[in-house]
Design a protein around this ligand. Structure first.
Ligand code: GTP
Ligand code: SPV
Ligand code: MN
Length: 602
């Protein structure tokens, strides 16, 4: 199909290609010939065009406009009920050799997958418009930005991409006639669960997603590009793409120190990235600045330090649990120009609600499925993985460095997950190499962010299990190699905000109070605090974590920091079994670290 000659009743400008780039045009031609859209529209990023699309989506019910007075510029969207989370079992890394995808990824040979997808995409956009979204991950024109084009038949995807990335003509201008862009094709097709595929072709810079309309499966700039494809690129080019928040902590002297933290999905990244310092900290002059809440691209700077940029431009955050107390900054970010997905529609004032927003569910409301909802019957109104898509610019604690193309220098890397027992509140690794070990054996209870069972402990190395675009053993080796290249290595830590008591209640207050732990981490990173040795690494000594203004008994802190040798010996056995999957791709250094841990526990 010749995209220059599509019959279209829309304005001339929207069907005209916004570029002369031959690689872009011929690829779009090919995708359009396969999916056969009735119309094509190039997204130039103008407010005028977006407003028209929003109106169109409201006309079909794809979006619902919320109270202009209470939530200006905000919309509600509901996905299909069988399409509410990432689908890891239907996510594939299609590189030529299976051994390059490794034991933790689903794999299919590229030719085989292309053939399979071709059938699913055939005519999938008939009667629909194909939107062409040129977008940038990172600041357009900066040396670390990477460009992509997503083709989609969903206005919801367009609207989300506009918030989450930098979209429009300037991206095509920056790309020029280069063929160096990530090709992304998305079609809702029939939303057929049995034929839902999220496929990555790292060797072709290509992503293909079909039969889904849920964020993580269809906003191709995010997990698909900025983690799976980018991790592959980073390995080849000598940098790292990580599932990490970036947080700046300003001390009373006005110095800002940065951490990057990797937690699995729905384990507290957005919350930590936007934390509010406890009162006693705020009074002393501590401030927290958010640079990123989900993804960090890390590289070694000319000064030998590790520098991080956030390639995104918005937040795709978990709604349930977000409230004025737990995360006021995230909540404030969602008060304008935000898209809410799968939350409760409060019909009383045309706003939204979710579990944990407050204790007063609306009386007159629709649940996430669009059904009349009566909270007193005990069913959940919002889906546990309901989300908000909010522009970063609306976040009250957004760091100025968010706009700095060089990014920020990282002093500490923090790993963490949900562990009811085993992992203490915080510990520090003994070296970069030991830190890589700590990251590689991360484990966490599964959450509603992905389809499947919730609350099952699984190994999730560096929180990248579902997001690493190549062999996990090679990825660990890349971490070790990066350690050789970083002059001033960040110190590596592990945290666990989720330890529970015998009743299953969280022992640690979490949220803003996590700054107390971060303070110790940063002090350690700058050699300003002491620590005690233990079989698993360095622990804070009693009194090292500031508990001023917190109602927490010293014995509780002791419990939070307790390392139970029996549990850890079981952990060693489990790690050994896990490592067994990687055969000779397991770096020797990590096998040695495991033996050291095992000996330390005897
Ligand atoms: P993704 O966006 O899926 O990657 O999740 P995330 O890692 O950004 O997690 P988020 O900050 O959205 O938190 C997920 C859930 O964990 C929410 O229900 C939070 O309320 C809860 N949570 C976050 N931080 C803490 C904490 O320190 N303690 C406790 N108990 N819960 C927390
Ligand atoms: C996650 O699951 O880690 C998310 C949401 O941030 S999604 O974009 O769906 O992956
Ligand atoms: Mn998040």
């Amino acid at each position: 199909m010749d995209i220059l000659r599509i019959d279209d009743s829309r304005e001339e400008t929207e069907k005209m290609p916004l570029t002369k780039n031959k690689a872009v045009l011929s690829w779009i031609d090919e995708m359009a010939a396969m999916t056969r859209p009735d119309r094509m529209e190039w997204i130039d990023g103008s407010e005028e065009q977006l407003e028209k699309l929003r109106a169109a989506a409201c006309g079909t019910g794809e979006l619902y406009r919320l109270s202009e007075e209470k939530l200006p510029g905000c919309y509600l969207h509901r996905t299909a009920v069988n399409d509410v989370a990432r689908v890891e079992h239907r996510t594939f890394i299609c590189c030529r050799r299976q051994e390059d995808a490794g034991p933790t990824n689903n794999w299919m040979a590229p030719q085989e997958m292309y053939a399979k997808l071709k059938k699913l995409y055939a005519g999938s956009m008939e009667g629909r418009t194909m939107y062409v979204i040129p977008y940038s991950m990172g600041i357009v024109g900066s040396p670390f930005a990477k460009y992509g084009i997503e083709l989609t038949d969903s206005i919801y995807v367009v609207m989300n991409m506009v918030i989450m990335t930098r979209v429009g003509t300037e991206v095509l201008d920056a790309l020029g006639d280069s063929g160096d862009f990530v090709r992304g094709l998305h079609s809702k097709a029939q939303l057929d669960e049995e034929n839902r595929y999220i496929c990555h072709f790292p060797e072709d810079n290509t992503i293909m997603s079909v039969n889904s309309g849920y964020g993580g499966n269809v906003l191709l700039g995010k997990k698909c590009f900025a983690l799976r494809i980018a991790s592959f690129l980073g390995r080849n080019e000598g940098w790292m793409a990580e599932h990490m928040l970036i947080l700046g902590v300003e001390n009373p002297k006005g110095e800002v120190r940065y951490i990057a933290a990797a937690f699995p999905s729905a384990c507290g990244k957005t919350n930590l990235a936007m934390l509010i310092p406890p009162e006693i900290y705020a009074k002393k002059g501590y401030k927290a600045w958010c640079v990123g809440d989900d993804i960090a691209w890390l590289r070694v700077g000319p000064d030998g330090r590790l520098w991080a940029v956030n390639p995104e431009n918005g937040f795709f955050g978990v709604a349930p649990g977000t409230n004025e107390k737990s995360n006021p900054n995230a909540l404030a970010s969602t008060r304008r120009n935000t898209i809410f997905t799968n939350v409760v529609h409060n019909l009383e004032d045309n706003t939204v609600w979710w579990e944990g927003l407050n204790k007063t569910p609306p009386e007159h409301a629709l649940d996430w499925k669009g059904q009349p909802w009566d909270a007193s019957l005990g069913t959940k109104g919002a889906h546990p993985n309901s989300r908000f898509t909010a522009p970063a610019s609306g976040c009250p604690c957004l760091s100025h460095e968010f706009y700095n193309p060089q990014g920020v220098p990282i002093s500490a890397i923090v790993f963490g997950g949900r562990r009811a027992k085993t992992a203490p509140l915080v510990y520090q690794s003994r070296s970069w190499r030991h830190g890589v070990f700590v990251g590689s054996v991360m484990a966490s209870e599964t959450t509603a962010a992905a389809s499947g069972a919730v609350g099952v402990v699984r190994r999730d190395p560096m929180a990248m299990l579902p997001f690493c675009g190549y062999h996990m053993g090679d990825y660990w080796q890349h971490w070790l190699d990066m350690g050789e290249k970083i002059g001033q290595k960040p110190k590596i830590f592990n945290v666990n905000w989720f330890r529970t008591d015998d009743k299953g209640d969280f022992i640690w207050p979490g949220f803003g109070d996590n700054l107390r732990v971060i303070e110790w981490i940063l002090a350690r990173a700058f050699d300003e605090a002491d620590a005690a040795g233990s079989p698993i690494g360095f622990l804070p000594k009693p009194g090292d974590i500031n508990l001023e203004g917190l109602d927490l008994a010293p014995e509780t802190m002791e419990e939070l920091l307790r390392v139970d040798p029996a549990l850890w010996r079981a952990e060693v056995d489990n790690i050994r079994e896990f490592y067994g999957k990687f055969g000779d791709k397991l770096p020797r250094e990590l096998a040695e670290e495991l033996e050291t841990l095992s000996k330390n526990l005897q």
